[in-house]
Design a binder for this molecule. Sequence first.
Ligand code: ZN
Length: 301
Amino acid sequence: MVACAAALVPAAFVGWLLWRDTGGDRADRVTTPQAHASDAHEHGGKGEHVHGDVTDDKPTAPAEQPRPSTKAREGRLAGTVVVIDPGHNPGNFQHTAEINKLVDIGTNRKECDTTGTATADGYREAAFTRDVSQRLRTLLEKEGAEVAFTHDGDRAFGPCIDERARIGNDAKADAVISVHADGSAKGNRGFHVILPGPVKAGSADTSPIVAPSRDLGVRVADGFAAATGSARANYVGAGTGLDVRTDLGGLNLSTVPKVFVECGNMQDPQDAALLKNADWRQKAARGLADGLRAYLTARNN
Ligand code: ZN
């Protein structure tokens, strides 16, 4: 396995050089090895690591990686880095001991991760979040963005919330979006975007990200509403579709602009029917992409 990889890497590199010399336009290949930096960390790291020093045997840990080079990409989002965080993990149900371990979120200690919710007929939030995240990635990459996931079917559970934050931080992401669906009471409907509130405690300091995250969240909410036709939540945020929280480790520990989106309420039959519909999920992804693009292009101008 090791010898195999060693033999393949130089060959692939030479192939890339040859291709570069021929003036090919698929320059996005240049960034492929670095795009997987976070994945490499996920494989090497143990979810319960709290302090986050990347001491694995590989010297290519993300904390030591330069920002991915996106110069050669084309499109409106060329040069931008987006980290998508699919909420929960389908494997969390089988790893309750691991995900119940506490991690430090600055203000306090909190469970590593949670199972997430599900519709009455068993469509799980973790399946929903991954599907929407993958659709979103496709849309953003088409426009030239560099996209990394916090996990993508490559680990049995998690990652823990502190590591989810760290992946965005290490990638020096221009924006991070954590994709969720809510588990509220029947009759509670609509979407909302969760923004980081002011937190300064322990290793958490959200002061640099509160304002840009709000800008990001407002644009994501506008894009989501326009693309899906969904109403802003009728049970949180007083009709704004925005909620500010200081109890989420994934936000508290972020050093880059980040929001959560709760796309709908899985416990409400009408919302659940939308969340289960693939065409609607594509609209949801498009709305998220529209919001991210609006934010990223405004920041770059
Ligand atoms: Zn969730």
